[in-house]
Every structure is written in C-alpha cells, then in structure tokens.
Design a protein around this ligand. Structure first.
Ligand code: CU
Length: 162
C-alpha cells in the first residue's frame, strides 16, 4: 500500500514538471498585430524560464524583433536579418529577466503599439530532490521478509511429536 502511494506521488511530481512549461499565444485570438494592448495582455501572466511565446500573424504583414529596453522604447529596428518572419514565430524563454519584442514593419511599433515587454521569472522547484521518510529500497520491497528457515524444521518436529 505504501509503495503504491509513493509511486503515485512520483508520477504526480513528474507530471507537474512536464506540464509546467507553458506556451503563450501572444495576443491570444488577436495574434501579433497593430492596435492591440500587449502590456494589458501580459498583465497578470506569469512567464517562467522554459515557457514559449508564439507570435502568430499573416506572413509579410508583420515580423518579430527581439530588442533591448532602449530599442523597445524608441521602436528602433535591428538589422532585417535579425527579424523572425515565419508568421508562427516560437520563442523559448531561456533566461530570466526583462524581454522586449517589437514589430519592425512600417510604423507598427511606433504608431500601432505593436510591442511587447515581459518579465521572465526563474524556474522554481525543477526536479526537486524527493525526500521520502524512508529509503527507496524500502519502497521497492514492500513484501514481508520470508519466514525464517527454522520454520519448516520446527513444523516437522511438531508433526513428529503429534
Ligand atoms: Cu507589424
């Protein structure tokens, strides 16, 4: 019984680790577009290292640049070679801290507010060391120890006596 309980706990731990990475569709149904309040969209969301941002837009209409805070404020476009342009750009948030993204098409950033700033939190409790009250060996052998070897001779003696 104890072994089953602990296997379930291990399974739940493994499950919670695997589902902890989230995927955010930037702008949700609106996608990556102009005249959308991305700061409002980001408010209340918790971005954690390992999560993914997905920028969805019709190819050619927009693009995505990862920029620094200064370029974000001024809507300064990096070289075109740094643009993501697939219409389904997936960015894995690899490090904690502030991240800034802008659209580099036309004046979408400056006049269309097509810009997103988020803060990525460090990953917590990744694969915590399990602390069970008894060693792993005890879990894997829950059946009682075999009867002592003297049990059979004792019974035989009893049978002889009877
Ligand atoms: Cu755009």
């Amino acid at each position: 019984m104890a072994a089953t309980t602990h296997i379930i706990i291990i399974a739940i731990l493994a499950l919670s680790i695997s589902v902890s990475a989230k995927e955010f569709i930037v702008g949700d149904d609106a996608g990556w577009t102009v005249n959308f309040d991305y700061q409002d969209w980001a408010n209340g969301k918790e971005f954690v290292v390992g999560d993914k941002l997905v920028f969805k837009y019709p190819v050619g209409n927009h693009n995505v640049f990862k920029v620094n805070g200064t370029a974000f404020k001024a809507c300064m476009k990096p070289p075109p070679s740094e643009a993501m342009t697939t219409g389904n750009d997936v960015i894995t948030l690899a490090t904690p801290g502030k991240k800034w993204y802008i659209c580099g098409v036309g004046m979408h950033c400056a006049y269309g507010e097509q810009k997103l700033a988020i803060t990525v939190q460090p990953q917590q409790n990744l694969a915590p060391a399990p602390s069970f009250p008894f060693p792993i060996g005890a879990i894997s052998s829950p059946v009682p120890a075999p009867m002592p070897a003297v049990w059979y001779p004792a019974r035989k003696i009893a049978a002889i006596r009877n």
